[in-house]
Design a protein around this ligand. Structure first.
Ligand code: ADP
Length: 157
């Protein structure tokens, strides 16, 4: 059976930390769906269409990666896509506590779905979308935190 994983997130914007988790995930799964979900605690900075376009561009040479969006419960979206795995990245102990609760709730709702965590590369530990957004907002050079395929001139919300 094809091993399909969903990598859910806000990706506002998609960083080299996210890219690394997805590329490493390809060693574990046949197909990965990078899925932009509606996070009720977060307000979008970059429009959904822009984020989708950027992520598609990052993985345009990789047919095993799909990009999508959803606005339902993540486990229901996984079922719809026939994905049995949720892929998440872990940077710090704070990430672990946050992820643990979500993963356990998801698993309680849908026993079939396993959450798989990849520990971030040490050099990506400090990279997060919130900080990258701040750098961009205040005119700093955020290129070193973003995949090469993302064009900074389009970095306007
Ligand atoms: P969410 O709103 O669901 O937290 P994010 O876009 O912030 O979405 O993150 C999506 C996933 O990517 C999460 O599992 C997060 O821990 C992981 N992630 C974010 N930044 C990094 C990074 N620098 N290295 C590894 N994983 C990361």
């Amino acid at each position: 059976m094809e091993k399909i994983a969903v990598f859910p997130g806000s990706f506002d914007p998609f960083t080299i930390g996210h890219e690394s988790i997805v590329r490493r995930g390809l060693q574990l799964f046949d197909k990965i769906i990078v899925a932009i979900g509606t996070n009720t605690d977060k307000t979008d900075y970059f429009p959904l269409e822009t984020r989708m376009k950027w992520i598609k561009k990052v993985f345009e040479d990789e047919p095993r990666i799909k990009v999508d969006s959803y606005n339902s419960l993540t486990v229901n979206y996984c079922k719809k896509m026939k994905a049995r795995y949720l892929l998440r990245g872990l940077r710090t102990a704070a990430d672990f506590e946050y992820e643990r609760v979500i993963a356990q709730v998801n698993h309680a709702m849908e026993k079939e779905i396993e959450v798989v965590f990849l520990l971030t590369l040490p050099e990506h530990t400090f990279i997060n979308s919130t900080v990258v957004r701040e750098v961009i907002k205040f005119g700093g050079d955020a290129r070193k935190f973003l995949p090469e395929a993302i064009d900074l001139t389009e970095m306007r919300p």
